[in-house]
Design a protein around this ligand. Structure first.
Ligand SMILES: [Zn+2]
Length: 91
């Protein structure tokens, strides 16, 4: 099942102004390496587990809610925009 981005509205203020989505996973981990008695400051996400739910954040009133009928971001129909991360952290 999938939902269209244009159909999703905030249950609180009824605006269609979603700022972001958080994809929540069950059974996943974020790993922090230890090197020379130090713990890395940023972790990386493992590829275990399964996507569980998606939480939307309203840009108008900051309400967060679980999007019904959607388990992962690919269940939301919308054109994808590519934005590139600041290259320095990724090599
Ligand atoms: Zn809202």
């Amino acid at each position: 099942m999938s939902r269209k981005l244009e159909d999703l509205q905030c249950p609180e203020c009824k605006q269609k102004n979603i700022l972001s989505f958080d994809e929540v996973w069950c059974g996943n981990t974020i790993r922090f390496d230890v090197e020379e008695s130090q713990i890395t400051s940023t972790g990386y996400i493992g590829d275990n587990g399964a996507p569980q739910k998606v939480i939307a954040l309203c840009g108008s009133c900051r309400h967060e809610w679980v999007v019904r009928g959607v388990k992962q971001i690919t269940d939301i129909e919308a054109p994808r925009l590519c934005h590139y991360l600041d290259g320095n952290d990724y090599e």
